[in-house]
Write a protein that binds this ligand. Sequence first.
Ligand SMILES: Cc1cc2nc3c(=O)[nH]c(=O)nc-3n(C[C@H](O)[C@H](O)[C@H](O)COP(=O)(O)OP(=O)(O)OC[C@H]3O[C@@H](n4cnc5c(N)ncnc54)[C@H](O)[C@@H]3O)c2cc1C
Length: 450
Amino acid sequence: MSAPITVIGAGLAGSECAYQLARLGHAVVLREQKPQKRSPAHVSEKPAELVCSNSLRSDNVESAIGLLHAELRDVSSLVLSCADLHRVPAGDALAVDREHFSDEVERRLKAQPTLRYEPGEVETLPSGTVVVATGPLTSPALTDALKPFLGEKLYFYDAIAPIVAADSVDPAVAFRQSRYGKGGGDDYVNLPLDEAQYRAFVTALREGQKVKPHEFEEPRYFEGCLPIEVMAERGDDVLAYGPMKPVGLTDPRTGQRPFAVVQLRHEDAAGTAYNLVGFQTRLTWPEQKRIFGLIPGLQAAEWVRMGQIHRNTFLDAPRLLARDLSLKAEPRLFFAGQISGVEGYVESTACGYLVARALHARLTGTAFVPPPATTAMGALYRHLTGEAHPAGHEYQPTNVVYALFPPLEGRMKKADKRAAYSARARRDFAAWNSPLVPPAAAAPVPLETR
Ligand SMILES: Cc1cc2nc3c(=O)[nH]c(=O)nc-3n(C[C@H](O)[C@H](O)[C@H](O)COP(=O)(O)OP(=O)(O)OC[C@H]3O[C@@H](n4cnc5c(N)ncnc54)[C@H](O)[C@@H]3O)c2cc1C
């Protein structure tokens, strides 16, 4: 068996990548800085930690993200399979019990005979073939070690939503309902606000004290994950049309649609905690307690975790990476997950899978055939290579969205487009997805005992 591949970072991308390589019989060392060291956002000791929301977003195959779920299931993804096993109610979203989910990922990784899980921070780049999957919060030492290879590096801010204890939410105010009765029909807990309450809340958000960025860090927010106070700054009604929109909801006590709502989503299978959907924030913690306490139903809230801000490190993939996602300047180095400029748990997972596939092709002397552009994985790949973007585009992390897909042919009603994108992708993915063949001499040889 050839020298082991080092995968750095047992997050979503690293766990998926290492698992897929090991499953194909390759020797892999998966190195993870936890539990000795942690980023400001990581709290658990387990792999594949979901650092913020416990939702892997919509599971509807007509959405771009739901399509990515389906494709990952088709390739026997570790992450999707563990998520499916530990799903919690969340309408048409795929949300998970994060503890059970990570336990399952760890169990399956450690069951691979050719994979060794090695705790401890990687501070210098190891020799041999390396997959860097250290995420948006790559440790400072490794960031420094990567600088000579990456040169220009970019960053922006993202923010975490707070979590509240379920039994501290006032049941006299809250009502259970999913928008338009989707999924289970009552998977979300809703806190209705009238217009005066909403306006007072927006004013408090604007006036609230925020955590100041470091001097060297200019805030550049990801549009899909704006802090709630930034949305409040953008206009009086921005929140009422955004995360606090009341559409598809009727307060059973009044029979009316509320002016605005705060939606709470299950954090765990037992239903002991909820997260405030879309309430990522950089308000200081005392201000969060004060201002979120203004929301009807949260006056006596017990906070399990407060919101936070964080830095997001990513490289300029279209400029730096080759077509097999290795570094043009140092082809033994591969980059997987959010550090390469995809955004989101599922997108990072898919990127980890694609790198495993590209690396497998390299190691077996076969051609790496990327997924078709019309598929969700292909759209992400086109983002990484820059093909999905016009010339001169400033590279920024992105979720998987239909804007990354090649346009549909022919004229079509807007309402039919999602179904058409989805059907085209499902057909083309099935044609591409041939099972990978392990290397000839790949009778699994266990690494030394763990
Ligand atoms: C605070 C925050 C909130 C987010 N919220 C969401 C959300 O709600 N939904 C969503 O879809 N996406 C969210 N994201 C975006 C992103 O999808 C996640 O960060 C996702 O976990 C990225 O996956 P990854 O595998 O690339 O990195 P990670 O999951 O972060 O995994 C990287 C791993 O590498 C380890 N590591 C780092 N440096 C070293 C080193 N030097 N040596 C060894 N190990 C190292 C880390 O400990 C970690 O385990 C959020 C990101 C952040 C930072």
